[in-house]
Design a protein around this ligand. Structure first.
Ligand code: SF4
Length: 102
């Protein structure tokens, strides 16, 4: 996003309240992204279809403290370590700093 200052607020503030879509999960499975899938708690409905994908969890399915893919530089600029494969919900994020409400 042009205008992004890489402050990291979106990921630090909202990164742990997210859910993966069925499409996200299907894509990660198709692409063999075990590195991502191991951090997603996938629940299935009675038909065996994905009902939810909880982000982000450890190997025991427990929520972790922060998104495992958030990276930062020495001068405290943040970026996504899985930019090309990040969840849909991260792509839709609306930055209130870039588009302030007055
Ligand atoms: S996946 Fe990327 S964009 Fe989404 S919360 Fe994690 S670091 Fe941020």
């Amino acid at each position: 996003m042009s205008g992004c200052t890489q402050c990291g607020t979106c990921c630090l503030k909202y990164g742990m309240r997210l859910e993966a879509s069925g499409q996200d999960i299907a894509k990660w499975m198709f692409d063999g992204r075990e590195d991502i899938l191991r951090h997603v708690l996938i629940r299935y409905d009675e038909k065996g279809e994905v009902s939810e994908g909880i982000l982000w969890v450890d190997e025991n399915g427990n929520k972790v403290a922060s998104c495992p893919f958030l990276r930062s530089t020495e001068d405290k600029r943040y970026f996504c370590g899985i930019q090309d494969a990040k969840p849909e919900v991260c792509s839709w994020h609306f930055c209130e700093k870039y588009y302030p409400f007055d």
